[in-house]
Design a protein around this ligand. Structure first.
Ligand SMILES: *[C@@H]1O[C@H](CO)[C@@H](O)[C@H](O)[C@H]1NC(C)=O
Length: 238
């Protein structure tokens, strides 16, 4: 679900590298995705901006050969009719064919998902008996809470972390300025308050056994961006 300009830039680059005027320099490029699920994210953009940034609005799109996956393999292989209902409902949401109320909201049924009233209920539902299970990698791998915004992720993380027993250790990022002349334009408080996507917050709070997600390729392919890890030792750095 990249920005269309990324894919257009790939076309230019491949044409240039391969010294060819064919689209993508004559290479086969495989794109995969579901437009119902994610459109490119345009900061402070309107829905129209997002659609405009989508590869469907690119001059490359008519040249793309579209193949569709139509068979639900889980239903097909395991003859599991019930798991067919879930994707059917998802498709209806994506197509906008569900009934909406006066405010434009759709209602999800109990058969489609479990509804909870609060963050506390959600955490208790997804991570029951947290303390006893925390050391089991298998148990941790089977569950996650996803949220659309970092701010909600932070809130839920803090709540779960508070529930875990043990001493909390705090790790702060480097916040000194190399060029002291710039210190008036970038006060430390400002640097510490930045929440950039893909960059860890200034303050990292950890406890023993809590799961974390690696954000850099440290030792590819063994330790790649996105690998889930569990804290087994906390040291203080100075
Ligand atoms: C692909 O890139 C070339 C520039 O190398 C450009 O002239 C052409 O219009 C691009 N094709 C499409 C379909 O955007």
């Amino acid at each position: 679900m990249s920005h269309k300009k990324d894919i257009e830039a790939l076309n230019w680059t491949l044409q240039d590298l391969r010294d060819s005027t064919d689209i993508m320099g004559g290479m086969v490029v495989l794109l995969a995705g579901d437009f119902r699920q994610t459109l490119p994210v345009i900061q402070r953009g309107t829905p129209a901006d997002e659609i405009q940034a989508c590869i469907k609005s690119s001059s490359l799109w008519p040249t793309v050969e579209k193949l569709r996956l139509k068979t639900n393999m889980r239903v097909h292989l395991h003859n599991d009719g019930d798991s067919g209902l879930y994707p059917e409902m998802l498709l209806k949401i994506g197509d906008g064919s569900l009934d909406v109320d006066a405010e434009g909201y759709i209602s999800l049924s109990r058969e489609f998902c479990n509804l909870v009233e609060s963050d506390v209920d959600l955490i208790a539902y997804v991570f029951p008996e947290l303390q006893q299970n925390l050391c089991s990698d298998q148990w941790l791998c089977a569950r996650a809470i996803l949220a659309p915004r970092n701010e909600i992720v932070n809130r839920i993380n803090t709540d779960i972390l508070n529930e875990v027993q043990g001493e909390m250790k705090e790790y702060l990022s480097m916040d000194t300025i190399m060029n002291t002349e710039l210190s008036t334009s970038y006060p430390v408080e400002f640097l510490n308050s930045l929440e950039l996507s893909g960059v860890q917050s200034h303050k990292l709070q950890l406890k023993l056994n809590v799961p974390i997600m690696l954000m850099r390729n440290l030792d590819a392919p063994r330790l790649c961006n996105g690998t889930k890890l569990r804290i087994t030792k906390l040291v203080l750095l100075f």
